[in-house]
Design a protein around this ligand. Structure first.
Ligand code: SF4
Length: 78
């Protein structure tokens, strides 16, 4: 199995969604400001990196509930 890759649409920055995304949209319901869906809605990606602590907390919650565990944090200090 190939390693999941960082989707190209992700906004530059520490958070990103990988090719494992199944398009369920749960992340979007947790962090409307930060996720967006692809043209065919088959996957989601980070549209905006967090602008403040509240948005960062929303993304972290989305990471916890994502069924594919495909929302990643590259470990960079924000
Ligand atoms: S919750 Fe995870 S699997 Fe579902 S759309 Fe978001 S990134 Fe993709």
């Amino acid at each position: 199995m190939s390693r999941p890759s960082r989707l190209e649409e992700n906004a530059p920055g520490k958070y990103y969604v990988t090719s494992d995304c199944n398009g369920c949209g749960i992340c979007f319901s947790y962090a409307l400001q930060n996720f967006m869906y692809s043209n065919d809605a088959s996957y989601y990606f980070i549209y905006n990196q967090p602008a403040d602590e509240r948005e960062e907390a929303d993304i972290r919650r989305a990471m916890e509930v994502c069924p594919m565990s495909c929302i990643m944090d590259d470990g960079a200090v924000s």
